[in-house]
Design a protein around this ligand. Sequence first.
Ligand SMILES: [Zn+2]
Length: 251
Amino acid sequence: MLKKSGDIYELTSWVQFKNLIHGISTAAIGNLKIGLTRGEDVKVNKHKLGRELGFDANKIIQAQQIHGNKIARVVVEEAGDVMHGVDGLISNEPGIFLMIVVADCLPILAYDPETNAFGAAHAGWKGTLVKIAQELVTSLQREFGSKPENIKIGLGPCIGHCHSEIGPGLVEKFQSANLNKGVLQTASGKYFLDLRALNISQLLDAGIQKQNIDGPIKMCTYESDEFYSYRREALNLTGEFGALIGIKNYG
Ligand SMILES: [Zn+2]
């Protein structure tokens, strides 16, 4: 990732796409999760994001994010809305900006330069168990005819396996879903979940090319004050940061 202005990161390999607006916000932009206000105005923060990335923040579409695997296809008429019951959004319409908010979960952005289709999804441990990353890819295929080998994937920062210890109940869930390769065991018998690795493996299974996946390898939200972290802040969570994608009006 590259720092764009002081408060937002861009994916290094995506800067070449001049029609694309995308970014991962930091805590300097402020909380972007609706309903978690703590005195901060999400609307004001969205406009800060819009100003820095150069788009109209009234055109943001968000997902309710319920830790499932449903993806909604959205259109210009839904600008400003929150789509209920979904954890991912896709579109191919210019002028709308899809945003996922996270604090430890993995934000996944997708862009197909061939069809101009794009999407965003949110993968926590629950979404990973129900394979939302694969759903994102298959939705782009189904709705816009995107070929997986053309789709670029951008991963934002998430909690690293270093700080995502899980209990035996969850270990069992991942084992029975055949996802145990993302569960790491230490010599002392503790278990840690590698969210990033699990989602990358799902994306590769869906036909995404390894060289088309970009995003920070060693950036743990728990360890970085630049990002919100549910595990670090626990009940005092002050916000969630955003991963956003959209296409400018063609003019
Ligand atoms: Zn860590």
